[in-house]
Design a protein around this ligand. Sequence first.
Ligand code: ADP
Ligand code: MG
Length: 630
Amino acid sequence: MALLQISEPGQSTKPHEHKFAIGIDLGTTNSLVASVRSGQPDTLPNSSGEHLLPSVVQYTPDAIVVGAVAKKNQIEDPHNTISSIKRLMGRGADDLISQFESLSEVLPFEFAVTDSAVAKIKTVAGDKAAVEVSADILKVLKLRGEQSLGDKLEGAVITVPAYFDDAQRQATKDAATLAGLNVLRLLNEPTAAAVAYGLDTGAEGIVAVYDLGGGTFDISIMQLKKGVFEVLSTGGDSALGGDDFDHAIAEWILKQANINSRNLTASLLRLVLSEACKAKEALSKLEQVEINIQFANDNSWTGLLSRDELSSLIDPLIKKSLMSCRRALRDAGVEKNQILDVVMVGGSTRALRVREQVGQFFETDPRVDIDPDRVVAIGAAIQANALVGNDSDGNLLLMDVLPLSLGIETMGGLAEKIISRNTPIPVSRAQEFTTYKDGQTAMAVHVVQGERELVDDCRSLAKFELRGFPSHVAGAARIRVTFQVDADGLLSVTAKEEVSGVVASVEVKPSYGLQDSEIEEMLKASMAFAGEDKDARSLREQQVEADRVLEAIDSAVADDGDEMLSQDERETIQAARSELMIARHNAVETQQLKEAMAKLEKASAEYVARRMNASVQKSMAGHQVEEFNK
Ligand code: ADP
Ligand code: MG
């Protein structure tokens, strides 16, 4: 008898009504995809069981490699291997030049000089905008979602930091479009974390979300009231995270080993950093770890790092994060003792010292029961599931706030705020303006974002003109400017001259965002998108084929490899097998998989032929040859 699936009343929809949706945490260091299946939200692993996809993309002349393999290749191919791309999302070429000094440390690649306002990175596969690189990460996650769910996706919820401005949100949406994803909603990361903990359905109150990732720290103070989540304030430090822990440990190692970092080659320095990172991660389980580094043939260092020593190294960094917490509390007008829950997010909150210090600061035990790496993706999946209508109570109403004030330029280059920061969204606000000169029949509207008084100190989002209204004496025209921010945090602005009814409006395409034509071009360029379904299917077919080949070779070698293979042959086959294994998990192009398969077939051709002969001989044994010729 077949097993019947039984669910709680109202927990899941009938199978034929079920729609598949995914939640994506598109992180600076790592990305994840999650979904709700049989009422249970969870992150989806790749076929080797890894949930985290390192947000690293390597471009080679004929392949795009994403994830763990790309991360590994970064040491040898730093110029074509792109990491931390999230830091460049929605940032223009101008922006980057001014930030280049601080960025060049984390971003070792070269920027291309182009006509576009958008910064592009030079690679052997052409110049890549941040949106394209992010799209390549999203494609892998989308495919993983489709493969795990075995169906077409209705859409995705993608998370973004709460402080992301309009341009950064738009860039994230563009990347998703380029990856062929239907974006149901952009969701703030802290909101997603709170949803994962079910805080949206629990007691009303104020929660703090402490998110310490690889390179960034974010703190958000949120309030739940009548089923509505409101972000009261956000803060943080865009240059504070686990990478800084690694640096502090690396410095300690070099000091112990009596080595001046200036005398180290770049790749040795990277080695020290990666050993430091390994030690750090191990110390959340162990009291102390041994570190062993080979600096040169005749120069190696071995030492012990204890948890206490680690604490003293990272304490100053944790203190820095707590100062941001204090500021965020002040911005929100909230006292520490009003905080009901502190939710821990991000891989670096695995460090026990971080948990301890945060607990002491907020005077409460922080919530760590959901894996801090996965909590954001899980919240996004819950929200996605609700948005496509699988959640029968489906009224999960989430509210975020505007991270930065929005306004327009007025005479004298001043910024007049129309919606101030931390206003819950979606929101619509209007304000009336008038003309400055007699007989004026047009007016320029310059939309800006930021907290500063002068337009020059704010971020320019868009400019448009309202033309052709009747001439009035100065100050008599009544021009109503309406700002509307949707649930994704994206803005549209309308200006209307009230007497004549002349209207002009603009969907704000941030000045540093991609032009529609550029997006179109990328869409065209992106083969995977053009024939997306077809490509995805053929890739999937090839993956199944690769699995079959891998399984066949493994079982053959296990069966008779010992007697039938020379050491040499075995090694050649093993190498081709590993290559296919890697391609199986990372290839985004069918061709790459086909090539790896052909290689393995070639490497094992003689062995396979020998086996066939042997098996033919075996089955013929004891029979007359004539029997086979009938
Ligand atoms: P992001 O949000 O920036 O993508 P993650 O939340 O994935 O980043 O966090 C990545 C960081 O977490 C890395 O610096 C990594 O070394 C760190 N990390 C992971 N596991 C541990 C651990 N057990 N102890 C301390 N740090 C950890
Ligand atoms: Mg994160």
